[in-house]
Design a protein around this ligand. Structure first.
Ligand code: CP
Length: 303
C-alpha cells in the first residue's frame, strides 16, 4: 500500500493528478452527488492534536464515500494512561482499519505509525514537518481562482519557522512552478530556507510586491518556548496583512489563510471577511474534495 506522508514524496504529475481528482469531487459535492466506493471500509481518524477543519473534513470526506468512519481523540484515549504511540498504532492495526488518518504534535510521528500498520496512512499534520492535504487544497483553490499555478507569484507570510502548512505549500507550489516568496520576522525565518527554492523577505511590503496570492499564517505559539513568543502588537504592526499593505500585491490578489485565524494579529478582520478577496471559506470547501480524492486514490488497492 501507499501512504500520504508528505508532499515531498509526490512527483509533480501526482500532485496534478490529485488536484484533477479533487476538482471532480468539488462538482460532485456541489451537485449533492452520492458515491459509496468506500462502503465496507473502516477509516480511523486518530488525532493527537486539536483540529476543527482537518478532522471534520476527513470525517465528512470518508462518509461521503460510504466508509465507516471512527474518530480517536487522544485527549479522551488511553494515551492519557501512558500508552505509547507505537502501542496505540498496533492497537489501531489490530482493529483492521482500512485507512488511518493521523495528526500528531511531533514531526515524524505519522511516519512512525505508518511503519507499524498494514493499511494506508494519511498525514493530517505532524509537528512542524508536513500537512500535505492542506497544501493540496491550497493549490486547488489557487488553480480554480487563477486558472494556473505556474509562474504565479505567491507569498507565504508569518510564522514560517513552526509551520507545517508553509513547508508543504513550498514543496507543492515550487513543484508546480510557482514563484514562491516567504515573508517572516527574522526570528521566525528558518535558516537556509532559500534551499527550498523560495525567496526570503523580512520586509513585508517588499515581499508582497506584485504577488498574485498572499497566504497568511497564524503564530504557532504552542510550538514556541514561552520566552520567545513575539509581541502581538509589534507582529501585527510589521507583518500583519492590512488593506493598505495589500496594495503592494497585484490588484485583486487572493487573500488566503489555512485557519484557524487570529483576527487582528496576522490579518485584519476586514480582509478576512472580504468576500471578493478572501478565499478562506473556499479553502475549507476544497479541503473536503481533496480529502475525498486522497482517500479514494489510496484505498484503491483494498477494494
Ligand atoms: N488548517 C487546519 O489544519 O486547521 P485545523 O487545525 O482546524 O484542522
Amino acid at each position: 500500500h501507499r501512504d500520504l506522508l508528505g508532499i515531498a514524496q509526490l512527483q509533480p504529475h501526482e500532485i496534478l493528478f490529485l488536484l484533477d481528482e479533487a476538482d471532480r469531487w468539488v462538482e460532485h459535492n456541489r451537485a449533492h452527488g452520492r458515491d459509496a466506493r468506500l462502503a465496507g471500509l473502516t477509516q480511523i481518524n486518530a488525532f493527537f492534536e486539536n483540529s476543527t477543519r482537518t478532522l471534520l473534513s476527513f470525517e465528512i470526506a470518508g462518509k461521503r464515500l460510504g466508509a465507516d468512519v471512527v474518530n480517536m481523540h487522544a485527549a479522551q484515549s488511553s494515551v492519557k494512561k501512558g500508552e505509547t504511540l507505537i502501542d496505540t498504532a498496533i492497537t489501531l492495526n489490530a482493529m483492521r482499519a482500512d485507512v488511518i488518518v493521523i495528526r500528531h504534535g511531533s514531526s515524524g510521528a505519522v511516519a512512525l505509525i505508518a511503519d507499524k500498520v498494514d493499511c494506508p496512512v494519511l498525514n493530517a499534520g505532524d509537528g512542524s514537518h508536513e500537512h500535505p492535504t492542506q497544501a493540496l487544497l491550497d493549490a486547488l483553490t489557487i488553480r480554480r481562482r487563477l486558472g494556473d499555478i505556474a509562474n504565479k507569484r505567491i507569498a507565504i507570510c508569518g510564522d514560517i519557522m513552526h509551520s507545517r502548512v508553509a513547508r508543504s505549500n513550498i514543496l507543492a507550489l515550487t513543484a508546480l512552478a510557482a514563484e514562491v516568496r516567504v515573508i517572516a520576522p527574522p526570528t521566525l525565518m528558518p535558516a537556509g530556507i532559500e534551499r527550498m527554492g523560495v525567496t526570503a523577505f523580512t520586509d513585508m511590503d517588499a515581499g508582497l510586491d506584485g504577488c498574485d496570492a498572499v497566504m497568511m499564517l497564524r503564530l504557532q505559539t504552542e510550538r514556541m518556548a514561552a520566552g520567545y513568543i513575539p509581541s502581538l502588537r509589534e507582529f501585527h504592526a510589521l507583518w500583519g496583512l492590512t488593506p493598505k499593505r495589500l496594495e503592494r500585491a497585484k490588484p485583486g490578489a487572493l487573500v488566503m489563510h489555512p485557519g484557524p485565524m487570529n483576527r487582528g494579529v496576522e490579518i485584519t478582520s476586514g480582509l478576512a471577511d472580504d468576500r471578493d478577496r478572501s478565499t478562506i471559506a473556499e479553502q475549507v470547501e476544497m479541503g473536503v474534495a481533496v480529502r475525498m480524492a486522497c482517500l479514494d486514490v489510496l484505498t484503491r488497492g483494498r477494494r
